[in-house]
Design a protein around this ligand. Structure first.
Ligand SMILES: Nc1ncnc2c1ncn2[C@@H]1O[C@H](COP(=O)(O)OP(=O)(O)OP(=O)(O)O)[C@@H](O)[C@H]1O
Ligand SMILES: [Mg+2]
Length: 404
């Protein structure tokens, strides 16, 4: 897999040090035959998966998704979008209503959960409270009939991996939340699975612990090279941890891509809205010329990069990231230049958020770096703002405004 470009992300305030390669091998071509080697083979495949719990409402539908061996793939979506249902079907705790799931090329339809070789971590730790840490870790080994002779070695290795050596004799009640989740992670890894599923594993932790464990999970992923399917509804968590993210909505995949691509090149208005911040303008297509599209937004015509297939008259949504807005552009530099009134300025330390009214929207935001000479505006100022057509994506209308 091609690794991602990092510069724009660093510029957008994301920590570029988090972008270190995760150990996922790139597609490898042998010189002799130019074939892709097994390193790029899918580890997990969902094929035309549908799931209904009650025979009426579809919790998941039309799911086609392939997870590469060694990949860190996140399922990201709002509550009820079907994330847990996907994991449960993969783990074998739920049966698909239609379609096939394959692990390492083999259908797992008839395999019970414990025979699928999958480690699982849940949000609520799910540790046995009456057992010591050591016994909690030994449990998956016993279930799988792994002999007592290997037990000590495997438990020690798993505890070392999560940096909890010396905690063997404690019970979960004698551990902090973060430590309990480390034990849960160790328990998922102790029998050395090649595939690990994590369902909102950090959801119950405070922000500081979350960030610490995000780092730990990424380190473990790199160290072991296991395949991880990770569920979260936190887009920032998905962005910093994943090789690729599948964005789910109402049980369907909206887009699957690397974090940078999702941010820079959303293909659907839902994805643009869900990943990072954006300004949205609604209008109707005036003209289409190849990839360029003029859209009538109120009294203005805004030029954008056409992503959706559209014709004159179609309703569309334009999406522009706040950091791509330029204040006081030189005349004629951008294809989009409009009058704006500064409503409100928020100081956020490394950047300023300039709230303004433009193109008929009162909630337009520009993000300006806090460096000398930038953001020289005051509340109430009437200024010009501009952005390129390339930074203005013409997407599907996406329905009514509101929270995702
Ligand atoms: N056991 C169940 N019986 C009936 N319906 C269910 C069951 N589990 C989930 N659902 C329904 O299936 C849909 C998808 O639920 P799921 O738990 O997969 O969502 P999710 O994306 O994990 O949400 P959350 O972020 O809240 O955990 C929802 O509409 C939910 O109400
Ligand atoms: Mg869930």
């Amino acid at each position: 897999m091609a690794r991602r470009t990092i510069c724009r992300f660093a510029a957008n305030g994301f920590d570029s040090t988090l972008r270190a390669p995760s150990g996922v091998p790139p597609f490898v071509y042998t010189e002799q035959d130019q074939r892709v080697t097994t390193q790029a083979d899918p580890h997990v495949e969902f094929e035309d998966i549908a799931k209904s719990y009650d025979g009426r409402v579809m919790a998941v539908q039309g799911l086609n998704l392939s997870v590469r061996r060694g990949e860190f793939l996140s399922l990201l979506g709002p509550s009820g979008s079907g994330k847990t249902t996907c994991l449960m079907m993969l783990a074998g705790f739920e049966t698909p209503t239609a379609g096939a799931i394959r692990i390492a090329g083999r259908s797992v339809h008839a395999l019970p959960p414990r025979k699928r070789g999958i480690g699982m971590v849940f949000q609520d730790y799910a540790l046995f409270p009456h057992m010591t840490v050591e016994d909690n870790l030994a449990f998956p080994l016993d279930v799988r009939g792994i002999g007592r002779d290997r037990r000590g070695e495997l438990v020690d290795r798993a505890l070392k991996l999560v940096r909890l050596e010396g905690f063997e004799k404690r019970r979960p009640g004698q551990l902090s939340g973060g430590q309990q989740q480390r034990v849960a992670i160790a328990r998922a890894l102790v029998f050395e699975p090649e595939l690990v599923l994590m369902d909102e594993p950090l959801g119950a932790l405070d922000r500081h612990l979350r960030e610490e464990l995000q780092y730990e999970i990424r380190r473990i992923h790199r160290t072991l090279g296991v395949t991880i399917v990770y569920v979260t509804h936190d887009q920032q968590e998905a962005m910093v941890m994943s090789d690729r993210i599948a964005v789910l909505r109402d049980g369907m995949v909206e887009q699957v891509a690397a974090p940078e691509a999702l941010y820079e090149e959303p293909e659907r208005s839902f994805v643009a809205r869900f990943i990072g911040e954006n300004n949205r303008l609604h209008g109707r297509v005036a003209t289409v010329d190849g990839d360029v599209c003029d859209v009538k937004v109120g009294a203005q015509v805004v030029r954008g990069y056409r992503v959706v297939d559209c014709r004159p008259g179609d309703p569309v949504t334009l999406s522009i990231r706040p950091e791509r807005i330029t204040l006081h552009p030189e005349p004629g530099v951008f294809s989009n230049q409009f009058d704006a009134v500064i409503e409100h300025i928020t100081f956020v330390g490394d950047h300023l958020r300039i709230h303004m009214e433009t193109c008929g929207r009162a909630d337009f935001v520009a993000k300006i770096s806090n460096v000398v000479g930038q953001g020289a505006v005051l509340e109430g100022d009437e200024i010009r703002v501009g952005w390129t057509a390339a930074d203005c994506r013409v997407l599907d209308y996406g329905g009514a405004e509101g929270a995702v």
